[in-house]
Design a protein around this ligand. Structure first.
Ligand SMILES: C[S@@+](CC[C@H](N)C(=O)[O-])C[C@H]1O[C@@H](n2cnc3c(N)ncnc32)[C@H](O)[C@@H]1O
Length: 299
């Protein structure tokens, strides 16, 4: 398609405009249990049967199911009695609760928490800070409050993180030969306040992106002090291109850090600078080709 045609009919703008409608259709079908029901059912089901089993209106469910067919999240068979819906392979694998690769909790965290925060994206850009107070009307004293409002929400958040990890974790851990490190510490909890135990390797998975540079340096310096000589630190983060032109998923996550947290997504050079400032050396970066990448620094 030439650029003139693009301007005559700006299809890409329509797609962007409708982006959140697409997300909401997928979230709603997940939340109502459409994919779970179709996984459990013996065969394809009619829209009326699905509506009855899930306790929804027949008219709303029919439209939701048809939209899911349009999005290739469901398949449909036309029989003499009408339309019968079934899951696609993609939905069976990722959108049902019981699948080992289920993204259900991640989607629900997006739908129930992130979606509300993004209502205030314009304010976040204006203010340069997260919009937790505007979105939830509660003061967030620290980042714990911004990521989850209650213990229940924290558990949903953790399940959501695990859901993505079930797809990307293996590649990240295989990125470097870690066999030389015997005592490995996966950093969590309140590492700014609590002492950090001595170890050969510290894993900081999706931690530094939550924080501004000064906090990252504070944490890395604390880890460097606790780290055994010859030990190291493994950062697991989604990396921006050096010129920040992409990848788009990472750019979106960086916007989300603005709306919801205190940090941002960074380039390999930016992470290397943070590690160097904390006295880590021999920094190596491995891109996995998936969402999360790995950076190793040595003491
Ligand atoms: C995005 S999660 C990453 C969890 C885990 N490493 C993973 O990859 O699934 C960020 C973690 O930072 C920890 N953390 C430490 N101090 C925090 C604070 N003040 N606010 C929020 N999270 C904090 C929490 O334990 C939380 O699990």
């Amino acid at each position: 398609m030439s650029s003139t045609q693009d301007l005559d009919y700006p299809q890409i703008l329509f797609q962007y405009n409708n982006g959140f409608l697409v997300s909401k259709i997928m979230f709603t079908a997940c939340e109502l249990g459409v994919f779970d029901l179709l996984l459990e059912s013996e065969g394809p089901l009619s829209s009326d049967a699905i509506a009855e089993r899930l306790g929804t209106s027949a008219s709303g469910m029919e439209r939701l199911l048809d939209a899911c067919v349009g999005l290739k999240l469901l398949g449909v068979e036309m029989k003499s009695e009408g339309a019968f819906y079934r899951n696609t392979e993609l939905s069976n694998l990722y959108l049902t609760k019981s699948s080992p690769k289920s993204q259900y909790h991640n989607l629900m965290y997006y739908s129930k928490t992130i979606y509300l925060c993004w209502h205030y994206l314009t304010d976040a850009v204006r203010d340069g800070k997260n919009q937790y107070e505007r979105a939830f009307g509660v003061s967030s004293k620290d980042l714990f409050g911004a990521l989850y409002r209650s213990e229940e929400e924290m558990i949903k958040f953790m399940y959501g993180l695990n859901a993505i990890w079930s797809i990307c974790g293996r590649d990240v851990i295989a990125a470097f030969d870690l066999s030389a490190f015997t005592v490995i510490y996966d950093l969590g909890g309140d590492f700014f306040k609590d002492p950090i135990p001595e170890a050969d390797l510290y894993i900081l998975a999706r931690i530094l992106h939550d924080w501004a540079d000064d906090k990252c340096m504070q944490l890395l310096a604390k880890i460097h002090k606790a780290c055994k000589p010859g030990g190291g630190v493994l950062l697991v983060e989604t990396l921006l291109n050096e010129d920040k032109t992409g990848p788009i998923e990472t750019q979106l996550y960086s916007m989300n850090m603005l709306v919801q947290a205190e940090g941002k997504e960074r380039t390999p050079t930016e992470y290397s600078k943070l590690l160097t400032a904390a006295d880590f050396r021999e920094i190596q970066v491995k891109k996995t080709g998936k969402l999360y990448d790995a950076i190793l620094g040595r003491k």
